[in-house]
Design a protein around this ligand. Structure first.
Ligand code: SF4
Ligand code: MG
Length: 332
């Protein structure tokens, strides 16, 4: 099938404990019923303000977190039901590239042992006597000098370190890579190089990416489709063009209107939507539509009925929006 990963109703609630008895007094609903599909070889961008649950979602997809509910099918296999060797095999196919190349690489290890680490965990992939050669190929693939295999992370720049992290991520030839803010710790001048590398590897290796980031323009550049998260929910999902040019959810419209416009004549044209109020606590999300406390279009029904993520006015099935009053707004 064309779908490599399918999440349905994914949930991650963290208990809030208080007092000497550590009684559970509530739950932080970091991810609270998220469903989507990822197609082979595509990039799905996930955007939203910090605390919207996008990083927790990434960790759930990696089986780094125990889910509270929902299901995850990976290439037709029920990911949450896998144990032992089956789980290890599954983990070969889904890798992660972390945000911070300064803290995610062990400073005491050489580049060779960092990039070759996946072969220690999955010893049957590359025979021991071929590993050094394979690691050098990987370094070359990500644009690093294969002769630098014995150097340590501190001998590389931030961009080069992220290349090391990417080489480790592709070492096992995975089907999916979760990129969690992979360029946000890097200088702007280096970001484009790393994004270009990810695109090159995608084309060469047929990888699918989940690209989690708060930078809307980077996500737009790399993504085929984009999902917008708010308070643990996916509020809109669609093709990059639909989300950026004809968003239908008021939250997406507000996020996009806050993006600095490259054309200075458009600034201050009164098109900016100001979001008022604080982001509510994910421990106690508003009733009905979670965005209703900040939404300028809210009606009575919004605080009562929780809108489903479904196709809205433009009738495009792949473009879904969780709003009772969704309507396209052309973004200039
Ligand atoms: Fe706003 Fe109501 Fe739509 Fe929620 S359902 S985004 S409150 S208009
Ligand atoms: Mg985050």
């Amino acid at each position: 099938s064309d779908v490599v990963l399918r999440a349905e109703g994914l949930k991650k609630h963290y208990p809030i404990r208080r007092g000497v008895l550590r009684r559970t007094v509530g739950h932080v609903k970091a991810v609270d019923g998220v469903s989507f599909e990822l197609h082979r070889g595509e990039t799905l961008g996930i955007v939203g303000e910090s605390g919207c649950g996008k990083s927790t979602l990434g960790r759930l997809l990696m089986s780094l977190e125990e889910p509270t509910g929902g299901s995850l099918m990976f290439d037709g296999v029920d990911a949450f039901a896998q144990k032992g060797g089956d789980l290890r095999r599954l983990r070969r196919d889904i890798q992660i590239v972390f945000q911070d190349p300064y803290t995610s690489l062990d400073p005491r290890k050489t580049v060779g042992s960092i990039v070759g680490e996946p072969f220690e965990i999955h010893p049957d992939v590359v025979p021991r006597n071929k590993r050094r050669e394979r690691v050098q190929e990987l370094l070359e693939l990500v644009g690093l000098n294969p002769e630098h295999i014995n150097r340590y992370p501190h001998q590389f720049s931030g961009g080069q370190r992220q290349r090391i992290g990417i080489a480790r991520g592709v070492a096992l030839n995975p089907k999916v890579i979760i990129c969690d803010e992979p360029v946000s710790a890097l200088d702007v001048s280096v970001q484009a190089q790393v994004v270009n590398l990810l695109e090159k590897l995608q084309a060469e290796l047929g990888l699918a990416y989940i690209f989690i980031a708060h930078d809307l323009s980077v996500v737009r550049h790399i993504s085929d489709r984009v999902g917008v998260m708010y308070l643990g929910r996916m509020v809109e999902i669609g093709d990059e063009d639909q989300i950026y040019n004809r968003p239908t959810h008021p939250y997406t419209q507000a996020l996009l209107s806050a993006v600095p416009m490259p054309d200075p004549t458009l600034r201050g044209s009164g098109r900016q939507i100001m979001l008022t109020g604080d982001v509510p606590s994910p421990a106690n999300p508003p009733s009905g539509c979670r965005f209703h406390t900040r939404c300028w279009k809210a009606q009575d029904v919004c605080s009562v009925e929780d809108p489903a993520l479904e196709p809205r006015p433009d009738g495009v099935d792949a473009h879904r929006s969780a709003c009772h009053f969704a309507e396209p707004r052309v973004v200039v």
